[in-house]
Design a protein around this ligand. Sequence first.
Ligand code: 9MR
Length: 449
Amino acid sequence: MKKIKIKQALVLICISLFALSCSKSDDEVEVIAGVPTAYSAVNLTDSGFTANWTRVYRADKYLVDVSTTADFSTLIPSYNELAVNALTLDISGLNAGATYYYRVRAVRGALISVYSNVIATEIISTGPEPTTALKEAANFKVGMIVRSTALTGQTSDIILREFDNITSEYEMKMDKMYPSKGTYDFTAVDKIVKYATDNKLNLHGHALIWHNATPDWVKNFTGTDAEFEIMVKEYITTVVTRYKGKVKSWDVVNEAVDDGSGNPLRNSVFKQKMGDDYIKKCYQWARAADPDCKLFYNDYNFASSTTKRAAIFKIADALKVDNLIDGLGAQMHISYKGPAASEIQAVVDGTVSRKLLMHFSELDIQANPDNDLKVLTPERAILQKNKYKEVVKIFNSIPTANQYALTVWGMRDSESWLLDFWGHIDWPLMYNNDYSVKKAHTGFLEGLK
Ligand code: 9MR
């Protein structure tokens, strides 16, 4: 049994007009004016994979080259003249694990167009996805989010087998830990801390200050600005001190940068009451409460927006002057379509050049950002897998001294926050609902090679 996965993106071959020494009729010009664009199509039946391409107007057949090398020096001869613009390659003669390339030309009479772009595909086995434990394969900490109510059963089995770093999905936020004035509730956090300690998992604290998880009584604070600041100081000091030595790192401030023009500081209640300096103060209080704890600033669209990236680095630079920050969290809520590897790399490069730790803190990869699917198709699962692989590869190549952890934001697809957030179906994570691993998980493993 074999299946095909698309391995690589396209390499464009420049389009040039076909030149003939004799004069051409209009029909001939039309034929050669088009070049078939090959698509990275896959057909995951046992019979083979489908290569397809755009039709060229009035082409009467196509020449398809399939090769084991990108320079097409060794052609597999049997796939040559086709009347249709698709070809199902019989994979029985092809080797699992090998990469095959195809390219296409259009033909009309004696006229032959230039080659299409080149597509590489890889034949893989259709057996079960490999289940090597991520933390065993990785040289860095691999993280998963947890909920205090789901620290048993299969969820826990997978956490303990695959991961060595955990983050609380929502229970270590101000609205949960400090629901009403003067009254803390640490019930859930204590459970998570015990779970981490008992199982020797690194516990990343998330997140002390976040506009989206601020309790109403804080948003509508009744008191002076000075009293507000005292309250925030007392809250940070209480929480960080309580978990000193157990929570190894904290996102002190989360998502302080606004997405609007100029990426100003978000106009949160913290900024309103304490001024722009609120960030620095929060880090000072956290640092004072636990000097050994690694302090992070965490945000989204870090890769996809250059201006936001600059604004985040500006915050980091200001904190770094006073040694108040140890690392940056790039959330990595992304899709199979982007951001590009170069944009993700820019996040890493800026972080490493600042001598900070890098946390890819909330990785999930939408497979259905345009809501064009009702089920996760094999083709899309492969594209998603490729993106997981790309992200992991980038993280894996970070100098060890700058690697903090790569945390995935959820275990099973149905549990992802993205489904509620976008209001449509998606499959952004690495596990199916029955806890079996998806191709995304294989992509993670392949990114470590
Ligand atoms: O996934 C989290 C969801 O379950 C919570 O309801 C929500 C509010 O606490 O937070 C979600 O996680 C967010 C994270 O803390 C910060 N970055 C964006 C995440 C998705 O909203």
